[in-house]
Design a binder for this molecule. Structure first.
Ligand code: PLP
Length: 395
């Protein structure tokens, strides 16, 4: 009677949510300060003051009917012009407002792009570890997710494995850099190699292979790390951007898609994005938050706290004997499970009130994800528990 695959999807509980719920229960039992919940990727720093100021200004001074009314489906023209100008100044591109489509965050950006380009039996390549929702976002297209194993330990792209996975059915390749859950950022060199290979394969198969770049963590990089802007490296690129983490606005649902102006038949590609947004019932992205973005285009949440957390956690855990991937960006530490079974390791961690996420659902069994978008004090307080956990494996 109901769509079977969706009933199934609706019934599967997210493991991360389950751990989070367990954490809430445990906090009620023994006190919040005694539970070290590293499960969820919800920004822990507030949105910048400029966001609140923009909201107040809009409510007080912007025409109320327009503020809360529909915008055009692809987003308000002035907002898209501001975003296009900002991107062009920052990345030296030539994006026009009509290459931009406003969305309800990266999840909808990805779902819209997948629906615009993927058909039944097409293949979409992702690299391990990958955000497990990609499979869900692809679900209604009938396309197949193909996971390519990344290099051991570094989690950079294994070019040989990548090349072997591409075939005539390959229609898209998803890049998520900085990565959830590894924190890895792909270098310019890696991106260039990937793009050279894709151009060669496009020629060989005689059809485009699209790069879909999932960028909710673009602004979350520490030290002087460059995150290459893919439109400058590869013509057939869709950028899926979001303000969820950049401005700490995950609940407000705002982001955008850029359709590269250099893409083959870019006008049709943009029309397909608009059509997919329409077919999926998105209507338009939040009118008020589109205007907030216009006013806060230059701002980012204060990510210095994440850097402090990254350094504290990485330095201490590696000293304790944990094998960790050095995260250049995002707010996750990716750690090899001691004893190799991530579920068993996470159960043991619970005995020390540490809530970690097994990374099996990211396509990397044997690893766990630690979200460090928490108060720094939580990390300081949790260090003895991490030490005891490590010692329990060293006996
Ligand atoms: N892609 C990745 C890799 C993510 O980690 C997330 C959210 O955590 C999303 C997409 C979805 O983000 P949004 O809140 O912008 O929909």
């Amino acid at each position: 009677m109901y769509t079977e695959s969706l009933v199934k999807l609706g019934k599967v509980r997210s493991e991360i949510r389950e751990i989070f719920e367990y954490g809430n229960k445990r906090k009620a039992e023994i006190g919040a300060e005694n539970v070290f919940d590293f499960s969820i990727g919800n920004p822990s720093v507030p949105a910048p003051k400029s966001v609140n100021d923009a909201i107040i200004d809009l409510v007080n001074n912007f025409d109320s009917v327009a503020l809360h009314g529909y915008t055009s489906a692809q987003g308000d023209a002035k907002v898209r012009t501001t975003i296009a100008n900002y991107i062009n100044n920052r990345f030296n591109t030539e994006i026009a407002p009509d290459n931009i489509y406003m969305t309800c965050g990266a999840a909808s950006s990805l779902t819209i792009v997948f629906n615009a380009i993927m058909q039944k039996d097409d293949e979409c390549i992702v690299f391990t570890p990958y955000f497990s929702e990609y499979g869900v976002f692809l679900e209604r297209t009938g396309a197949k997710l193909v996971a390519v194993k990344s290099e051991d330990k570094t989690f950079q792209v294994d070019m040989k494995g990548f090349e072997a996975a591409i075939n005539e059915k390959t229609k898209a390749v998803v890049i998520n850099s900085p990565n959830n859950p590894s924190g890895v950022v792909y270098s310019v060199e890696t991106i260039e190699k990937m793009c050279d290979l894709l151009r060669k394969k496009e020629k060989e198969y005689g059809h485009p292979i699209f790069l879909v770049t999932d960028e909710p963590y673009r602004e979350l990089v520490y030290d002087d790390i460059e995150v290459p802007y893919l439109i400058n490296y590869y013509d057939d690129t869709f950028v899926c951007y979001s303000y969820s983490k950049a401005l700490s606005l995950p609940g407000e649902r705002i982001g955008y898609i850029v359709v590269s102006p250099k893409m083959k038949d870019a006008g049709d590609a943009y029309a397909a994005v608009c059509g997919a947004g329409r077919a999926l019932g998105y209507v338009c992205a939040s009118s008020m938050y589109q205007r907030v973005i216009e006013k806060c285009i230059d701002d980012t949440a204060d990510i210095s706290i994440y850097k402090v957390n990254r350094d504290l956690l990485y330095n201490n855990l590696t000293e304790m004997g944990y094998e960790c991937v050095y995260p250049d960006g995002a707010f996750y530490l990716f750690v090899k499970a001691m004893g190799d079974d991530a579920h068993e390791f996470c159960e043991k961690a619970k005995e020390h009130e540490l809530l970690l996420v097994p990374a099996d659902s990211f396509g990397t069994p044997g690893y766990v994800r630690i979200s460090y978008c928490v108060q720094t004090k939580q990390i300081e307080d949790a260090l003895p528990a991490f030490k005891k956990l490590a010692e329990s494996y060293q006996k």
